[in-house]
Ligand binder design. Structure first.
Ligand code: GLU
Length: 479
């Protein structure tokens, strides 16, 4: 059997991390088996449709290397792969079920159903649709259809029996039919519901394994009844636990921790994000933590999927990100950092030095501008900053040191790291000061900060001779 799977998102907004994880698991599972991975856009629920959301799905998947073998843009023998372009296809299937007695026309209005729901609740019962219209005679149904009365088509779930099934993650799932609802298959506007289109398309597209979020676990018995009614083969199911913020809360739009784009904007690397997301709820079976997508294709196995909710730990993601940054080549680091250099106004400065001082320190690219802000604007600082306990420097000693340095710096040529470094060390030797007793005052005088990535030499070269001397002169004035 060739494995055929699909990722079937509804374009309702940005790409949720949970959705991205489903896509990744589906892709990895399929590639490991040498199967075909399909992208299908489930956009029949027009009320929830958000313009632009489909493009976000394409871009995010491509960005992460999750490439579909069949689907929108790339085509395939089972298209179209966008459900709204297939909309004529579903009604005949629903009518077939009506003829077989596995579905029926329902003319109940929303208000009528609400009233009966309220009555049931008043009696302390949980309401499910009461098969009211199942009992209309064939003639009555035809009369109403001819009169143009609005209708939906509902699944006719048997009142007895069971629709148990086995899930590859959750094991045996019990489902007495009496607990299942007669769900709507075709809506009043003639469009299929997500539930119906999903089953019809999974069959027509030859899907062998359905991988999706566990919120669909409870609907799956109803889908299986549809497969049976059509005489279609039921696919294998792999349901995935929900990605949670903690035991109780889901990741949410409001907290800014739900979407792929939230994290990219905050400066996370997509490779780190993909690696971390895959490990959320999947255990490789050993202690290994770092995987490229290629390596994941080899390593992934359904047996490692967990049944307990996956808790998204942003600190752990941050740690992953820092590790990924450390492992980048200097060139790759500068390439990834460039938009942030631009944001910080330091893109024109010496990128070798920037890379050397920043790559070991940055955990998140978004931290970068604040780390180098002193390069574009001298911060206000208090002269007490010159006092360093261990180095035994004071504002007074700093003034003397800096006054001695000033003409030497003015004369320094070339203005390179080596040149400036040798000058400072030579000055320390000549005056009998410790290196730090020279470096510290100078760094304070030209950066205004107690902590900077890199020291006085790096700061001086990044700033350039002119700016360094200007800052030094201003700081001396203030002393
Ligand atoms: N369109 C559904 C969603 O976005 C897909 C569910 C499924 O994969 O069956 O949640």
């Amino acid at each position: 059997m060739t494995v055929r799977t699909r990722f079937a998102p509804s374009p309702t907004g940005f790409m949720h991390l949970g959705g991205l994880r489903t896509a990744l698991y589906t892709y990895l599972f399929t590639k490991k088996q040498g199967g075909t991975f399909i992208l299908r856009i489930e956009d029949t629920d027009l009320e929830r449709f958000v313009p632009g959301a489909t493009e976000i799905i394409y871009d995010t998947l491509r960005d992460c290397g999750v490439l579909w073998d069949e689907g929108p843009d790339v085509g395939g023998d089972f298209g179209p792969y966008i459900q709204s372009q297939r909309k004529e296809l579903y009604l005949p299937y629903a009518k077939r079920l009506v003829e077989q007695g596995d579905a029926y026309y329902c003319f109940c209005t929303k208000e009528e159903i609400e009233e009966r729901r309220a009555q049931a609740q008043a009696r302390g019962e949980t309401f499910k649709y009461d098969k009211h219209c199942l009992h209309l005679s064939k003639e009555e149904v035809q009369r109403r259809l001819d009169a143009g009365q609005p209708y939906v088509i509902r699944q006719n779930v048997p009142l007895t029996g069971n629709s148990d099934f086995d899930d590859l993650v959750f094991g045996h799932i019990q489902a007495p039919n009496e607990t299942l609802d007669d769900m709507v298959l075709i809506k009043q506007d003639g469009m299929p519901t997500y539930n119906f289109a999903n089953v019809v398309d999974d069959h027509l597209m030859g899907i062998t394994h359905v991988i999706r979020g566990m919120e669909y676990l409870s609907s799956t018995p109803k889908y299986n009844l549809l497969y049976k009614a059509f005489g279609w083969e039921i696919p294998q199911y792999i349901h995935l636990t929900t990605v949670m913020k903690d035991q109780h809360q889901k990741l949410s739009k409001r907290n800014g921790d739900a979407y792929y784009s939230d994290f990219i904007e905050k400066g996370y690397l997509k490779e780190a994000l993909v690696n971390y997301i895959v490990l959320l709820g999947w255990n490789p079976g050993d202690d290994r933590e770092f995987f490229t997508l290629e390596e994941l294709k080899q390593a992934f196995d359904v047996s490692g999927l967990s049944k307990s909710p996956a808790i998204f730990d942003v600190n752990k993601l941050r740690w992953f990100n820092a590790e990924y940054i450390r492992r980048m080549s200097p060139e790759a680091f500068n390439r990834a950092a460039l938009p942030w250099y631009e944001k910080a106004g330091v893109a024109a400065m010496n990128q070798d030095i920037l890379q050397r001082i920043l790559q070991p320190r940055v955990e998140l690219f978004s931290e970068l501008p604040a780390m180098v802000d002193f390069l574009t604007a001298m911060p206000e600082f208090d002269n007490s900053l010159y006092a360093h306990k261990k180095m035994k420097t004071t504002p007074e000693s700093a003034k003397e040191t800096l006054l001695g340095l000033q003409p030497l710096l003015e004369a320094q040529d070339p203005w390179t790291e080596e040149g400036v470094h040798d000058l400072l060390i030579g000055y320390a030797q000549k005056t009998g000061l410790k290196n730090g007793q020279v470096m510290w005052p100078l760094r304070v005088a030209i950066t205004g900060k107690p902590v900077t990535p890199g020291g006085a030499v790096e700061a001086a070269v990044l700033l350039g001779k002119q700016e360094t001397l200007a800052r030094l002169a201003r700081s001396l004035e203030r002393l």
